[in-house]
Design a protein around this ligand. Structure first.
Ligand SMILES: [Zn+2]
Ligand SMILES: [Zn+2]
Length: 125
């Protein structure tokens, strides 16, 4: 198998089994078990190719490094913990956001990020 193909398969497998979106260094440390001698430049190259193929999507949180997740997860949102700076997946979309738009405006999409503290971080000051 071509090496880039092997790397892409390993990265997709890492993102499929991840509980939340991952940064490239996190992807590297998890994929390195399956692909020895994997480097961060290669991870970026494979991520670019996988985005072009629409197998993965980027999760952008202002002020945070880009994270990646598989494109197969469907519509969902994210919770960002201000304590540990981890990102958690929110599987639901509760509100009718389109109703917040001014009259005669057509809403095509929305991005919602909830900020706060995860259970682990609530005990700290
Ligand atoms: Zn936390
Ligand atoms: Zn939504």
């Amino acid at each position: 198998m071509e090496r880039i193909t092997q790397q892409k398969i390993a990265i997709v497998a890492v993102l499929e089994s991840a509980e939340s979106p991952l940064t490239p260094p996190e992807i590297l440390s998890r994929a390195a078990k399956a692909v020895p001698r994997l480097g961060v430049a290669t991870v970026y190259r494979a991520l670019r190719a996988l985005r072009k193929e629409r197998k993965i999507v980027i999760v952008e949180i202002p002020g945070e490094p880009p994270r990646y997740e598989t494109a197969t997860r469907g519509h969902h949102h994210h919770f960002f913990c201000n304590g540990c700076r981890k990102v958690f997946e929110i599987p639901d979309c509760a509100a009718k956001w389109a109703e917040l738009a001014p009259p005669n405006f057509q809403v095509l999409d929305h991005e919602i990020i909830l900020y706060g503290k995860c259970p682990n971080c609530q005990g700290e000051r």
